[in-house]
Design a protein around this ligand. Sequence first.
Ligand SMILES: Nc1ncnc2c1ncn2[C@@H]1O[C@H](COP(=O)(O)OP(=O)(O)OP(=O)(O)O)[C@@H](O)[C@H]1O
Ligand SMILES: [Mg+2]
Length: 261
Amino acid sequence: MAGSTLEIKNLHVSIEDKEILKGVNLTIKGGEFHAVMGPNGTGKSTLASAIMGHPKYEVTEGSILLDGEDVLEMEVDERARAGLFLAMQYPSEISGVTTSDFLRSSINARRAEGDEIPLMKFIKEMDEALDYLEIDKNMAQRYLNEGFSGGEKKRNEILQLMLLKPEIAILDEIDSGLDIDALKVVSKGINKLRDENFGCLIITHYQRLLNYITPDVVHVMMQGRVVKSGGPELAQRLEAEGYDWIKEELGIEDETVEQNA
Ligand SMILES: Nc1ncnc2c1ncn2[C@@H]1O[C@H](COP(=O)(O)OP(=O)(O)OP(=O)(O)O)[C@@H](O)[C@H]1O
Ligand SMILES: [Mg+2]
């Protein structure tokens, strides 16, 4: 079988005893690009955090399987080693660790002990990726995300993605705050990874990104669930008409999690 499969079944997640996700079902296979859209506060980032194992998010019901292995049993670092990757909506700044050191240790964490990436090979790969993403070489020697502009942080997430080559990536609003040229560069980076061994979940508010990265499936989240799925035309309809028609169709009065907790 080519690539990995991430299977999310009936996922319920609570934060401080408040239920945010209420039965999410979603399967991403190697080679597939899925977009997740949905109004603010409907649980999209919570889904991303729960998949990566953020300690604040308690899974109360359901399962997450990566090629049949129970992801919920894995620590955060084990999830990364198993091939999961999250680009966060708000990337953290890590003072004292350069981008380059961070990248190298992340790559090595996914390799067996004694099989660390040779330094020259790492530098070559990093330089190529920096070039490809039109990132200034000096950035790699700066502390991770510290003082980076919004757009620089997002480009940096894609740099990590390109070098780490995960099996399944979750990109939470990777397009937010990007200028038009940066949006193209970031999309180019993501598209370069498209092959049967790479599956991707792209959380976004805008069809604009999906003009550059064509999704195979588009999902809409409301009230902490996936309430509708379709092809790329679904994103186009949302761009043109907003979400009201879905709410009407499904009899949803308030789409947020907050009002339905
Ligand atoms: N750590 C937290 N503590 C308290 N409430 C939280 C926490 N994380 C999420 N929530 C709540 O869960 C709900 C869903 O939040 P989430 O960030 O998943 O929404 P979202 O769909 O990503 O929204 P947006 O499009 O604005 O990014 C919100 O009501 C939010 O306030
Ligand atoms: Mg969010």
